[in-house]
Design a protein around this ligand. Structure first.
Ligand SMILES: NC(=O)c1ccc[n+]([C@@H]2O[C@H](COP(=O)([O-])OP(=O)(O)OC[C@H]3O[C@@H](n4cnc5c(N)ncnc54)[C@H](O)[C@@H]3O)[C@@H](O)[C@H]2O)c1
Ligand SMILES: [Zn+2]
Length: 392
């Protein structure tokens, strides 16, 4: 049955979604349709032992696997992951651990990761498949290594282990590293060849990381799809408690939404992909100004509240949307303000953001639940007042 399901999946390559079975469980497959760069996002629970069969659909013969992970994730999950790769027929498996922390998302780690591939797999005829077992940092750095290696890049598989990476980072092919303290300044669009989500990895994730990832789910709910917000309103606590079924449903919906946006605006050119930056203009600035003391999602939550207050002030949406968002952020245990930051630092960080084109500004503002629009040239007085309110 499982073999037939795979064949069916391969046959249905162009469809958006299908389901299949591997191991003992059922997985949902969300397709990212990008012509020759299309790939599947397989979402399931407790199915790591079933990864091999799916991976072999991407590369049927390479015996070489290069795994990027981090010391913390590696200690928890590498052994089982390696076993799963061995079972899939990989005979030479090398590992490089990118140290934990945003401060290691650097060109230095890109060099070390690339060197690990060159050292372990000197035979250029047998290219390794790259696996990024980790959160957004491992995925971004490992994906950048894969994308830049041997000019044409190596095939790579995202195996997200944080909620943020499951719902966002692993999909869409934005990979790169920071330069100085400018986030993601070096990078490229290089789509993965496969994304394998096992929500069971999240069992070992710190609660604070779950909350941070949940903020990104809120983002999809407010800016893109009302049903995601409704799901959250009925299941926020189950999500934080890692209820498998709630996790799978939400991850699937977020991946569907992102897949659809990426299909229409793969390279951030039409403005559509920019909608996923709801809460990120102020959020990124808070991350930077706090020297990354705030996790990505923690800062984005405060940024989403700021952007929604801005939308209310400019008459783009009504107060009830703000109230629902505020209640949700509080239910998820996320901070609603960043009280110890300096307003000038945050404004300076914001002005450097790539979304501030030619000195003008651009915010993603919700117009109603599940819908957002880009707003250009918001008066600087309004921007300052909103940022101040995010910090008080
Ligand atoms: N490429 C994209 O499209 C995209 C989108 C959003 C964010 N990002 C990037 O993602 C990064 C943040 O990613 P993140 O939030 O996943 O953080 P992260 O990768 O730093 O992981 C957070 C922490 O959790 C630990 N961890 C990960 N999985 C674990 C597990 N299963 N059990 C226990 N501990 C675990 C890690 O070791 C780390 O300490 C940022 O650099 C951000 O810029 C990229
Ligand atoms: Zn984000």
């Amino acid at each position: 049955v499982s073999r037939l399901a795979t064949l069916l999946h391969e046959y249905l390559d162009g469809t958006d979604m299908t389901t299949s079975t591997a191991g003992t469980d059922t997985q949902v497959v969300v397709r990212v349709n990008l012509d020759s760069r299309s790939y599947g996002i397989w979402i399931g629970s407790d199915w790591l032992q079933g990864f091999g069969r799916i991976i072999r659909g991407v590369d049927s013969k390479s015996p070489n696997a290069m795994v990027f992970t981090s010391p913390r994730i590696g200690a928890l999950h590498y052994e089982r992951f390696e076993r799963s790769l061995s079972n899939a027929g990989f005979t030479k498996i090398a590992k490089y651990e990118i140290p934990d922390g945003e401060e290691h998302k650097t060109t230095g780690e890109w060099t070390k990761g690339s060197t690990a591939i060159a050292d372990n797999f000197p035979d250029t005829d047998i290219k390794p498949v790259v696996f990024n077992l980790g959160g957004g940092i491992v995925g971004d750095v490992g994906g950048f290594v894969a994308g830049t290696f041997w000019r044409n890049g190596l095939r790579y598989v995202q195996v997200p282990t944080t909620l943020l990476a499951c719902v966002d980072c692993s999909v869409g092919g934005k990979v790169g590293v920071n330069l100085g303290n400018v986030k993601n300044q070096l990078g490229l669009f290089y789509q993965p060849h496969l994304v394998l989500v096992d929500v069971a990895f999240l069992d070992t994730l710190e609660d604070a990381e779950m909350r941070s990832g949940a903020a990104e789910v809120v983002k999809y709910g407010v800016a893109c799809a009302e049903d995601v917000f409704d799901l959250l309103e009925s299941h926020a606590e189950e999500l934080l408690h890692r209820d498998r079924s709630v996790l799978q449903q939400l991850v699937k919906r977020c991946c569907e939404i992102k897949a659809d946006i990426v299909r229409r605006d793969e390279r951030d050119l039409t403005g559509e992909r920019m909608l996923l930056n709801f809460g990120h203009t102020i959020g990124h600035a808070i991350e930077t100004a706090s020297n990354f003391a705030f996790r990505h999602g923690e800062a984005v939550a405060i940024g989403m509240l700021g952007a929604t207050r801005m939308a209310v002030e400019l008459g783009r949406c009504d107060q009830t949307l703000y109230d629902r968002l505020l209640t949700m952020v509080q239910r998820l245990g996320l901070q609603t303000t960043a009280s110890n930051l300096d307003v000038e630092h945050v404004l300076t960080a914001m002005a450097r953001d790539k979304k501030f084109v030619d000195g003008t500004n651009c915010f993603v503002l919700p117009t109603r639940l599940g819908l957002a629009k880009l707003e250009h040239n918001v008066p600087t007085g309004v921007v300052r007042r909103i940022v101040e309110s995010c910090l008080s």
